[in-house]
Design a protein around this ligand. Structure first.
Ligand SMILES: Nc1ncnc2c1ncn2[C@@H]1O[C@H](COP(=O)(O)OP(=O)(O)OP(=O)(O)O)[C@@H](O)[C@H]1O
Ligand SMILES: [Mg+2]
Length: 297
């Protein structure tokens, strides 16, 4: 997979405060990369440096293997802070102006309005748009130049559940269209729902990075209950069992890597035991995230 972004020991100090601390990251083409971290962990500062609006104190990064230039930045669309739109112009007109400023082809406008589901409201004035619509127009504006990469900083901030769901669908649609997306969020759930890969930042430091799918791998616990005296003994015989605990008559079996609840169920069934309760518990991203954040470093 082609590396689109490579960050090398990127650092930003604001006076004594180290907002981004020796950050190393790689983003590959086609990923939806989540930068996850609590408020003040350095996400916006990092994106600001990547977009050339904040000067790094030290360290570097490359886009497509090259240092950032006007040319490489043309391949990147970003929704950072609140973009400027003219309140008395329509969504369509605002995008036309935007395209003109960027030297982008206005032929894209129809397509991007479609992607963000604003086609039927494109003639309405910007000032009449809801917050969610404004946010969607901002995404459309970042897409007008048909960038390879889209950068979004907290795209669902301030939106209601409906608006949040809409933005998430749109992000997925844009990813399905083949764009690489870098998305900063303090919402775990958001990262889990839309991202393929993620990094966790804490006080400017990278705490973890990897595929979202890997989280919780090999950390499956199965809760089992059966009206059978030998259950405990048999559970220990099962090759996939790790540690076993008993809580209120319910066994908690930690599965070894590569074993799942169905394997355990089959084993018990073949031994003539029918379970009265069998439940798979995966370590949630939330638990993992909290562990990552509070790990001693
Ligand atoms: N221009 C600035 N001057 C001084 N300090 C700054 C400046 N910009 C950011 N900071 C500080 O740098 C740290 C990181 O801020 P940043 O905005 O990057 O965090 P964030 O992860 O985006 O947080 P949030 O989730 O709240 O958006 C914070 O402690 C912040 O106060
Ligand atoms: Mg921020």
């Amino acid at each position: 997979m082609e590396t689109v972004l490579s960050i090398n020991k990127l650092t930003k100090n604001f006076g004594k405060l180290c907002a981004v601390n020796q950050l190393d990251l790689e983003v590959k083409r086609g990923q939806v990369f989540g930068m996850l971290g609590p408020n003040g962990s350095g996400k916006t500062t990092t994106l600001g440096m990547l977009m050339g609006v904040t000067n790094p104190t030290s360290g570097s990064f490359t886009w497509f293997g090259e240092p950032a230039t006007h040319h490489t930045r043309k391949k990147i669309g970003a929704v950072l802070e609140h973009p400027i739109f003219y309140p008395y112009l329509s969504g369509q007109k605002n995008l036309e102006l935007n395209a003109m400023v960027k030297g982008a082809n206005s032929a894209n406008i129809e397509k991007v309005l479609d992607i963000v589901e604003l086609s039927d409201r494109k003639e309405d004035k910007y000032r009449t748009y809801s917050l969610g619509m404004k946010q969607r127009l901002a995404i459309a504006s970042a897409l007008v130049s048909d960038p390879i990469i889209l950068i979004l900083d907290e795209p669902t901030n301030g939106l209601d559940p409906m608006g949040i769901a809409e933005i998430r669908e749109i992000v997925k649609r844009i990813a399905a269209d083949g764009k690489t997306i870098i998305l900063a969020s303090h919402l775990l759930d958001e990262v889990q729902k839309v991202c393929t890969h993620f990094a966790v930042l804490r006080k400017g430091k990278l705490m973890h990075s990897g595929p979202v799918d890997d989280v919780g791998k090999g950390e499956e616990t199965v809760e089992v209950m059966a009206y059978h005296d030998d259950l405990g003994v048999l559970l220990q015989e099962f090759v996939g069992s790790g540690s076993i605990k008993k809580d209120n008559g319910i066994f908690q079996v930690m599965m070894k890597d590569g074993f799942h609840s169905q394997d355990l169920n089959k084993f018990l069934f073949e031994k003539g035991i029918i379970t009265s309760h069998l439940m798979t518990k995966k370590k949630s991203l939330e638990k993992k995230f909290l562990e990552i954040l509070f790990e001693a470093h």
